[in-house]
Design a protein around this ligand. Structure first.
Ligand code: ATP
Length: 249
């Protein structure tokens, strides 16, 4: 049987901002196609851990390997190339409000192609436009491609953000509370869609969630930060909601 490829690995990672320790000695590994929910109370350092994994903020100590690259040692150019293989969805969709939906999705190809021509919907090369339209079709919004992004509902905007994250066919998807600004029904839709797309393409996923049900339903694994340590690393199947509630005490 082929050995599954490790896409994300943290080895004894610690982070402090100035003299303030955020977390220490965090180790975990995720193989291709695995989805991990990262949970923990406000301020425990979940976003910081994700940013450390991406090489967006430096770790204080430890080792991070992303798609086979050491992001602690990597130079900026190597990190940029690496990030082009990763899609991100954040709490707030961060769309450019005045631009069309299609232009916003084309932004997801920025790491791959240089120059503004590539993200103007009228000037982008045919192949990029085609990829962006295909991504919009997957999130059910192809018919709104030419609408200004700020004319969409919050749920629709988050779907555009998902299209932007998947347009470059990423190997890893990172989502930082993707449903935080949505009502419960829109939040469910967005989670369903996000994981349907991730599973279709066997993408490795790390998502932050404050929703215990979501963590258990959509995660294969649950990673829990509390008191500056990774206190939980277990399969979702082995956990029940009260096991996670303990992290918030
Ligand atoms: N650039 C920074 N400089 C200094 N402190 C920071 C910086 N970024 C984050 N922090 C601090 O690090 C701690 C962890 O923040 P982080 O946003 O990673 O937590 P979180 O678990 O994602 O929180 P939440 O659930 O509220 O989103 C917080 O106390 C925050 O104020």
């Amino acid at each position: 049987m082929p050995v599954p490829r490790v896409d994300i690995e943290a080895k004894s990672v610690s982070k402090q901002f100035g003299a303030t320790p955020i977390f220490e000695d965090v180790s975990f590994r995720l193989v291709r196609g695995e989805a991990a929910a990262l949970v923990g109370a406000n301020g425990t350092g979940k976003s910081t851990l994700l940013r450390c994994m991406m090489g967006l903020v430096p770790v204080s100590s430890g080792q991070v390997t992303l798609l086979g690259h050491d992001t602690v040692k990597a130079r900026q150019a190597e990190l940029r190339t690496l990030r082009a293989r990763i899609g991100m969805v954040s709490q707030k969709h961060n769309l450019v409000p005045r631009l069309s939906v299609l232009s916003n999705v084309l932004h997801g190809l920025l790491g791959r192609h240089a120059g503004p021509r590539h993200w103007s919907h009228s000037l982008a090369p045919e192949a990029s436009r085609h990829a962006a339209m295909a991504a919009l079709d997957k999130v059910g919004l192809a018919h709104l491609a030419m609408r200004r992004a700020d004319r969409l509902s919050g749920g629709q905007q988050q779907r555009v953000a998902i299209a932007r994250a998947i347009v470059g066919q990423p190997e890893i998807l990172i989502a930082d509370e993707p449903t935080a600004s949505l009502d419960p029904a829109a939040g469910e839709d967005v989670m369903e869609l996000f994981f349907q797309l991730a599973r279709e393409d066997t993408v490795t996923v790390v998502f932050i969630s404050h929703n215990i049900e979501h963590a258990l339903r959509y995660g294969d694994r649950v990673l829990g930060l509390a008191d500056g340590r990774l206190q939980l690393d277990a399969t979702a199947a082995s956990l029940k909601a009260p096991d996670l509630r303990g992290l918030y005490d």
